[in-house]
Design a protein around this ligand. Structure first.
Ligand SMILES: [Zn+2]
Length: 296
């Protein structure tokens, strides 16, 4: 386990790739676990050895709330923006774009595919923390920065005295930024990414894959990461100008490989993501016929 002073970095299987994520543990007189997507046995061992008195979720996504249910009697808090909207599966279906893309019927279908723990992981969350307010755990200061874009409520725990920020889904992977829920925003994602670079912070810990970045590395990685957005813009624009309609555009695999788009949730996110780019580019394309309108 990697440690930075009082912070323990707990890995998920397979380099904390989705459906897992990295957890951060604050080991001081108060024992705080941030996100629960790490290896379940490691989390249980940590609980056994040091205890977990409070769980903080950066946002509602299942890879970050994955093992909340292992800590039945522990108080669990989430960001204030998502507290009401994410505690039910219906609420999550809306945030994920399932309702937007497929309506009531699609939501019912999707709900049947979900693991039982999901509703526990979200349903047991009993309150919210405040954004951009100083909390002190033991003698460790932390601010939960509101960094919307990935989701509208997404937060990044920032430890000003340690010069560390836990940046979760600013994961710097080659996949690029993820803003594909109906609550995601490309513009906010870019603004929040830039805000993270302005922090007085030397170490950035991501929620997936590589993990620990110096400020310099994070800055370079952020430029590449955000550039994926422009690349997606260009690809989508090229296809639109070739005359593709929405159904065609959302079948070729802009975000996800085409062969994976048979799965309902990936198809949902592909559609929702492409809608955001079309809006940003100022194009309206028809669902099935080849009409193109430029609205900007
Ligand atoms: Zn996420």
């Amino acid at each position: 386990m990697h440690r930075i002073g009082p912070l323990f970095i707990i890995e998920g299987p397979n380099q904390s790739k989705v459906p897992y994520s990295r957890s951060l543990y604050v080991n001081c007189s108060e024992k705080v676990l941030i996100d629960t997507g790490a290896d379940p046995q490691e989390l249980l061992d940590l609980d056994h050895e040091h205890g977990v008195e409070l769980i903080i979720n950066t946002h509602y996504h299942p890879d970050h709330t994955l093992h909340n249910h292992l800590f039945k009697d522990t108080v669990k808090l989430i960001n204030p923006k998502e507290y009401d909207s994410s505690r039910t599966i219906e609420g999550v279906a809306r945030l994920n774009g399932v309702y937007q893309e497929w309506g009531e019927k699609g939501v019912k279908l999707w709900m049947k595919t979900l693991p039982e723990e999901w509703s526990k992981n979200l349903g047991e969350i009993s309150g919210a923390y405040q954004y951009d307010t100083e909390y002190v755990f033991g003698d460790i200061k932390v601010h939960f920065l509101h960094t919307p874009g990935h989701t509208s409520g997404f937060s990044c725990p920032y430890f000003p005295d340690l010069g560390v920020t836990f940046v979760g889904d600013y994961d710097m992977t080659t996949f690029g930024p993820w803003y594909n829920g109906s609550d995601g925003s490309i513009e906010d994602f870019i603004i929040s990414g830039k805000r993270l670079l302005e922090l007085d912070c030397e170490t950035y810990i991501t929620g997936h894959q590589k993990g620990i970045f110096t400020k310099q590395e994070f800055k370079q990685a952020m430029n590449k990461f955000l550039a994926v957005i422009e690349r997606r813009d260009q690809i989508i624009e090229r296809y639109v100008l070739q005359g593709m309609n929405f159904n065609e555009l959302t079948s070729i695999g802009i975000f996800y490989p085409a062969h994976m788009l048979d799965g309902q949730i990936l198809k949902t996110w592909e559609r929702s993501g492409i809608r955001k780019h079309l809006k940003r580019l100022g194009y309206t394309v028809s669902e099935t016929t080849q009409e193109l309108m430029k609205t900007k």
